[in-house]
Write a protein that binds this ligand. Sequence first.
Ligand SMILES: [Zn+2]
Length: 597
Amino acid sequence: MALTSSATGVAWDLSDLFASYDDPTLSAMLNEGAAEAEAFAQTYRGTINVPDGPDPEFLRTALERQEALQDQFAKPMVYAMLLFSADTSKPEYRNLQQQVEQQMTAIRNQLLFFDLEWLEVSDEDAQRLIDHPTLATYRHYLASARRYRPHTLSEAEEQIVNEKDVTGISAWQRLFAELTASLSFPITLDGEEQILPLDGVLTLMRHTDRAVREQAFKTLYSVLEDQAQTLAYIYNTLMQDQLTMDRLRAYPDPMASRHLANEVEPEVVATMMDVVEQNYPIAQRYFALKARLLNLPLLQLYDQYAPIGEVKAHMPYADARSIVLEAFGVFDPSFRDAAALFFDNHWIDAEMRPGKRGGAFCMGYPPSNHPYVLCNYTDDIRDVMTVAHELGHGIHFWLARKQTLFNFGPSLPLAETASVFGEMLTFEHLLEREQDQDEKLALVCGKIEDIFATVFRQNVLTRFEQAAFAGRNENRLTPEQLGERWLEANRRYYGDKIEMTDGYALGWSYIPHFINSPFYCYSYVFGELLVLALYGMYREQGKDFVPRYVALLEAGGSQAPGELLAALGIDTNDPQFWQLGFNELRRLVDWAEELAG
Ligand SMILES: [Zn+2]
């Protein structure tokens, strides 16, 4: 890959944190922090888990001191992480990061007693403190810290679980990772045989040439076929481990621990998933359109990611900047101004450099400093969306910085709200600027397919997991039994619009989420539908929506997601709310049909 693009020279300035990796203030800050942590432990150990619970004023001071302490450590930690991300080849940056991490671990262990003592406080005393006006700022923090209490084992048991996990679930997860990474897929491209890894063969599913896609599909499943017994065994073992742990930890069903982590009610997820299924016909309508656009009587599975038309290849960084600023400005001038701060003050590292890490992220921690954005700008139009996505995060952090450190970070279901909303604003703006009908169609189809991948597809994956766990309760499932459940979940989505071939029965077998984070996939559905619904509310309410949305972002993680959304008049228990997102999706599919003529 060529390392020059129009973003060459666009590097961030980290001097708001420290002057350099050997800046004496950095080590001084770490040393002061270590001393303060020591003093904190001496003052507070044994004072939280006391009869009738601690005095509210006393507890509040302790929380404030902890926040200050974490802020003190956050700056060196974030600085070391940013330096290393920008140049992973420098040993001095790697050393700094290791050194800071080691010190952080030591401090964390020193402060651990505090959370444990808080868990030990009786429910009655804890509730009184949570509801106390003196502790109003920390209400959500204190309450959510206790949510694992009924599911936590004794300290000795937890230690045994941790140690046994190394040769238990972690070992099975590693085996899965090593096995899938070792697979090789022979593919003939332009008359030459190549051996591709799993990612390589999956990428070919988006190839413009149908014969290449078909070959990639068939090769994928014939190679997986040889591993089917082992992959099924790994998945069965992990499911059984979770069922056992759920029993020991008193979780009522296999999804319960995920709901608790997400701070989402099980009923909300059930309602959401039902609404997604009721909207599968929107997908099937689009698949019929796609077959027409590709001149095919019926789509095969390997056609579903085939590109439609071509999107303009070249997008200079300066244009990305003005497009994103204009798009945010249409929404509200304050959004444009906030995003402009990132460009004007060198908070963005966009150029490609040897040694720089790949991908993109926004680091917004701690709230006492401004956020930074890293991306690798290649001049591709997709990079504009990446910039919009990361600046969406950036604005979220920027607006939430008035929260205290414990209340700052949005909880998981809201973590991608501002980023995906920022993409949506930019997508609509790009479309408006585009005059060419074919390019417009390509853009709309690209957006529709992205939404399908995060909404419909993830719902199918979650339905499969539910069916697999339901079957695993009784027996170990054979690859064929897992395959039946997989095909059934997919059939409901594809209907008669995409033909499902035999090999696809192993479609479940290489998906890392099933192995590493069961039931995580519904979080993507939640996040995307929420943004689509918010966008629909924005189009309906116009400027009135802006202050409500700003308030949502400003609240950071100070309340549970359901409470924050209730302030916008959203009831996540109401199927009508989830339907709002599909109204937006239907609008896009209508649009694609219209553009296709
Ligand atoms: Zn993101």
